[in-house]
Design a protein around this ligand. Sequence first.
Ligand code: BG6
Length: 480
Amino acid sequence: MKKSTANIVIIFGVTGDLANKKLFPALNDLTDSKNLPKNTIIYGCGRKNLERNVFKNLNAKISNLAKYIKIDPLESNDFKNLRVEIDTYKDKFKKINTIFYLSTPPSAYQFIIKNLISYSFNKETNGFSRIIIEKPFGEDQHSSKKLNKILKGGFKENQIYRIDHYLGKETVQNILVSRFSNLVFKALWNNNYISYVEITAAEKIGIERRGEYYDNAGAIKDMFQNHLLELLCLTAMEEPKNNSSENIRDEKVKVLQKIKNIDCENHMVRGQYTKSENKIKTYKGYRDNEGVDKKSKTETFFACKLFIENERWKDVPFFIRTGKRLPTKVTEIVVNFKKNQNVFTDKNQSNVLIFRIQPDEGLLVKFNLKKPGNKTELLNKNLEFHYKKLGQDIITNAYETLILDVFNGNTMLFSRSDFVEKAWKIVDPIVNSIKTKNLKLYAYKAGSWGPRKADDIFKNKNTWRYPCKNLVNDGEICEL
Ligand code: BG6
């Protein structure tokens, strides 16, 4: 008797870092938590005939059934063999679901997609067919449109899952829940009450062994075009009609459409880290990494101020910052409210709301209260919530959430084609200005908060929050 459904996951680029560092751990966790659908069979594809065990990092429960198959993206015949291989399951299963995971260098995407379509892998005649693509989705608007066109030459949008792993983070998903289920925030979410917003994604690590990729991308394309714009949209979007994938994705795109062209000369700073030494540690400079041009002008730090041209956000600046080799690893969104000094002027500070994405995931509100005593004096204190206090681990591997969503057909946490194209539309003029106006690249010492110049974007007494590992502390020198 035939078993009901086979779930075949075909991973292109199975020998690469991504498969081993992100996908396999996610599949292992899904196996351990018994969330991996029954009869999941993994195929790993690579260009070479391999003898070594490429599945050694995969849980034995799934690696027993896993198979390696040689596929050169340029070799149509290899896809024919894959077709024959997958068709063998027709005898054993009533239904065959397939998921194609492209974790190869992006240059191979178009060949793999075209070959998959020629061998009808996109057809959903007896089970679903879904395709997962890793960023970068193109390297500018033109190439992203081209890639989307190739994809849509065979796959429908709801079969396509463009991964931005930030969307799989529990705390990123919490932004919308916090905003739209708490009226206390909803009412204040506009330019009457909000003074400015900061979004920071700082990393302590350098570029590791990704020199070749990173030197062509830089912080703008690697982080701003995707993760940071996603965070911005979740922070700024209007309330969706309901919690459906399409409504949420529609609202995010509307934010992108309203972002004013960034004044790159005055509101943007790029930096590159240089060697630094202290008693504890020596960090080499960016240019000393393998695969990086010795005269590279690629930015490892990017900060900008931008405005969203709609009623809600008129005149509210959004400050966005990301960089490698900063003092700590932290991602957070800081909403700075205006001051109300009508009644109490003494030490009256503004309220601040912080969404801490990682680490020490949580939420913090700074608010004023009366200092006990005869006089009316104000104290500014923290109201804080830390996820770790729930006593339940939050899923820290975003890939686990996202892969499960692909099995379940939930597209909400994936980037839609129009989002990707519009995001490039914001990035392309920045990249062009850098080239045509020969904009400066500032050096910063590895382990510092980036070039000092990044403070000038504020043009008033405000400045960045310098977050620490833990949510409650801040300060320029938090940890060594
Ligand atoms: C990736 C970037 O998309 O995100 C990396 O390519 C970066 O350069 C990484 O290090 C950061 O992700 P996370 O989850 O560690 O914040």
